[in-house]
Every structure is written in C-alpha cells, then in structure tokens.
Design a protein around this ligand. Sequence first.
Ligand code: FE2
Length: 296
Amino acid sequence: MTQDDSKPLLLDHVDMRKVGTGSGEIISDRNTIIQLDPDHPGFRDPDYRSRRNRIAEIAMTYQPGLPIPAAPYTAEEDHVWQTIWQALRPAQQRHACSEYLDCLDRLSFDPDRIPQLSEVSEKVAALSGFRLEPVAGLVAPRVFLESLANGVFLCTQYIRHHSTPLYTPEPDVVHEIIGHAVTLASKRLAELNRLFGEAVKRTKLREDLERLSRVYWFTIEFGVLREGDHVKAYGTGLLSSAGELEAMHEAELRPLDLEAASALDYDPTHYQAVLFCAESFGQMYRELREFLLRWG
Ligand SMILES: [Fe+2]
C-alpha cells in the first residue's frame, strides 16, 4: 500500500484526545460511542464502521481488572500495521531516543500483526507496573489524565482506515501502542505519567488544567531531547508518526522551560512548529518530575 505524500502525511500524528478543556467537551466518560465525522476516511465504509463498533463494544462491556478481550482485526488491518511499521522503523532508528528504543526492544512486537492490548498490557505491567485498559474512543481529558495516577492508560483499540495507513484523524491503536505503551514500559516515563495524573487530581481550576495539559502536550506527546550532538524524540506523537519524526528538525527548538510550555498554545492539526528540547533525558526527567511534584 502506498501513500500520496502530499497531504495525508501532514496529519498522521494528530491526537484529537488533545488534553485541554473547553466548552465543547461533550464526552463525559470512558464509554461513549464515537460518531464518525463525514470527513473521516472510514465514514463511507460500512464494514469498517461495523468492525469499529464491535471493537467499541469490547470497551463498553470491559470490567477493569479482567483480561481484555481480543479485538477482531482483519488481514487488511494487519496490513495497515505492516505498512506503518515499514515507514516507522527507519525513522525511529534515526530519531527516537535510546530510552524509547530500549523499551521497544523489550516489548518485541510482531511487525506483521496488530498486537492485542491484553498482551501489550501484560508486558508493560511486568516492566513498569503500568496497565492498559480499552476505551471506545475519545474520553474527557480529565478522565484520561486522572487514570494515569492509578497507573492505567486508557487505550483505543481500533486501527485507522486502510485507505490512509499513514494518517489518522484520531488516536488509534497504533498511536497508543507504538507511542504510549512503549514509553510506559520505561520506569521513569511511567513515573512521569503517574505524576501527571496526580497533578491533575489536585487541579481544580479549568485554566490550571489547560496549563497542565499544555505541559503534557509539549513533553509526553511532543518532547525532544539531546543525545550527544543529536536531537531525539521521546514524545509519543512524534514516535508514532514517520512523517513528523522525519520533519521534527524543521521545528523551532526552544530550551525546555515548563512554565513557558504551560502558556503556549498549540495546533494539533499540523506538525508542531515549536518543540521544547531538554539537554538530556536526565534533565527532562528531573525538571518535569520536580514541576509535577510542586504543582498545585
Ligand atoms: Fe497521545
């Protein structure tokens, strides 16, 4: 499967579960079925929509703590995973930070098929204590972030439409697993995710939640750091997008400044124009940890 590289690649990182609040927040809990937008690549594909609904049912009937039922992926969907892997692997080898690449090795995904959340959750839990739980689709930012405090990452389980393997208008199983689950296998990144959840729980004011959400965006989702002379990604939005990984050096790099990040608006529909770059993984870990512990 090939991809026209003019337009769709531009958006393949997009995480519409953008962590902010707004008056348009209509999804109140983790079990809300998502209506596809007419612009969604799968909108006119009844088979895709019924498969997504079946996968959403898994999340809606899921009882936390029990094994996650397997999602019924088709050969076509496994092929989407293969296509994404082929694009991502070389980009990650060049641009992913070593903490990420170590975790990726430990999780050892099959490049030929979409891994089931249950198997990934088990492996991640053995390494860092974090678990994955399925959700039907977008969840309210506060629900999503607060679950991190309990060491739980809420994951979508469907995969993007096969017509656009390198583009998704929403988080899908590729972003969740190749981005978030891998980073959550790192003890230090898992700790930072937990601290975000705890900080959100202590946050009452909407404007403070927005500030904290921006810090999450510019670190966990789109953070970069220096390794020797190179700039490498530790942010999940970058790590799950071959297009944006290759383009990240075109962004304006600013020194890691969490106060500044908390005040900077971002556009989730385009490659990020500004990235905050830590001097090292250790500096990022120490500064973000201190920031989150002090929060509130
Ligand atoms: Fe994400």
